[in-house]
Design a protein around this ligand. Structure first.
Ligand SMILES: NC(=O)c1ccc[n+]([C@@H]2O[C@H](COP(=O)([O-])OP(=O)(O)OC[C@H]3O[C@@H](n4cnc5c(N)ncnc54)[C@H](OP(=O)(O)O)[C@@H]3O)[C@@H](O)[C@H]2O)c1
Length: 323
């Protein structure tokens, strides 16, 4: 597996997102043994970058990942996120970037992950009611205390990234990016290159859609996040399947799978980018990791880059992203 650099961290350029093992998608929590085997197989295949968050479950995904890594924890870059549970109030979901809340969240993450430090600690969503100076001040303290090696922000707007980076250098920004979510290309990616900040694209398979495995939402569980996602609503879904058809046709030409094509296209966007595809199955992990050695031709990359914009927003409520 090839490696890349996020700020000062060396990571396998394909990571593993573990969210779906415990939350949001159909089958979450149904087979922890297979999820554990998936994490163990990722280690064998050279994946050294693992992504979780306190709100996945909440809590149980960090516990699962910590248990599965076991004694191998120190040979990987472990990333988690806080700031979306209000520990100073009733512990409910909600954005809270106050230093005391982040400190409480981090202590819990360390305990559940069974480690004395997190390599990359993100504020999961920006909290406009807390000055960025306060939030980043807390992150800098965690670094000084050895509790985290670097910090990141998820779904932060360019002006907030600039402000945060001026206070303490950011290791990486995590934001949705894939063949059907191209918004980061206009402003975010150039800014990160200018600042030398890493980029971690989440949902790089379009929440599974770009693999061609989801052609209708009928088979998804009632609680599956995608059932309430505008891009999966019937008219939008029908329109968006044209994107999948195009990815499938490049895949057929390249002798690869659509998932591999979607990942190889991201990897072709340059250094300092480490997507974190999610799966809870060993077979799909093996398929996705093989994208590391898939080299698409210039014509194939150009065809993919020219795909139309999708129908529908990527969240039902867009007010909490890019701010
Ligand atoms: N910062 C944030 O706000 C944020 C938001 C969302 C996600 N994330 C992070 O990003 C990671 C990845 O994102 P994601 O899980 O939302 O989306 P994703 O990686 O785009 O897609 C995951 C979905 O695709 C399916 N899948 C994976 N590989 C496949 C393959 N080869 N063929 C067919 N289907 C496949 C998975 O199902 P199975 O599991 O059943 O294989 C799962 O439903 C998460 O685990 C999480 O760590 C962060």
């Amino acid at each position: 597996m090839k490696h890349t650099t996020l700020g000062t961290l060396d990571v396998s350029r394909l990571g593993l997102g573990t969210m779906g093992m415990s939350a949001f998608y159909s089958g979450a929590g149904a087979d922890d043994a297979e999820s554990t085997r998936t994490i163990r197989r990722a280690l064998e295949l050279g994946v050294t970058f693992f992504d979780t968050a306190e709100m996945y479950g909440p809590y149980i995904n960090e516990e699962l990942l910590g248990r599965a890594l076991g004694a191998d924890r120190d040979s990987v870059v472990l990333a988690t996120k806080g700031g979306t549970l209000r520990h100073l109030d009733d512990g409910s979901y909600g954005y809270d970037g106050r230093p005391e809340n982040l400190r409480h969240a981090l202590e819990g993450s360390l305990r559940r992950l069974g480690t004395d430090h997190v390599d990359l600690y993100y504020q999961h969503r920006m909290d406009p009611s807390t000055p960025i100076e306060d939030t980043v001040g807390a992150m800098a303290e965690f670094v000084a205390e050895g509790k985290i090696r670097g910090y990141g922000l998820s779904e932060a707007a360019p002006e907030r990234i600039r402000a945060a980076h001026a206070i303490h250098p950011i290791t990486a920004i995590q934001t949705e990016y894939s063949l059907w979510t191209r918004d980061p290309e206009s402003e975010l990616l150039p800014l990160l290159r200018e600042l030398g900040v890493g980029f971690v694209p989440y949902s790089p398979l379009g929440r599974g859609f770009l693999t061609g495995a989801i052609r209708s939402t009928e088979s998804l569980e009632a609680t599956d996040f995608r059932r309430n996602n505008p891009r999966f609503e019937s008219d939008n879904l029908a329109e968006n399947l044209k994107i999948v058809d195009a990815v499938e046709s490049v895949a057929a030409e390249a002798g690869a799978t659509p998932a591999q094509v979607a990942l190889a296209w991201i990897l072709a966007q340059g250094e300092g980018i480490a997507p974190i595809p999610g799966t809870k199955r060993v077979s799909r992990l093996e398929e996705n990791v093989a994208a590391d050695s898939l080299v698409l031709g210039d014509d194939q990359l150009a065809a993919l880059s020219a795909l139309p914009a999708p129908a529908g927003d990527r969240y039902a409520d867009m007010s909490a992203v890019n701010r």
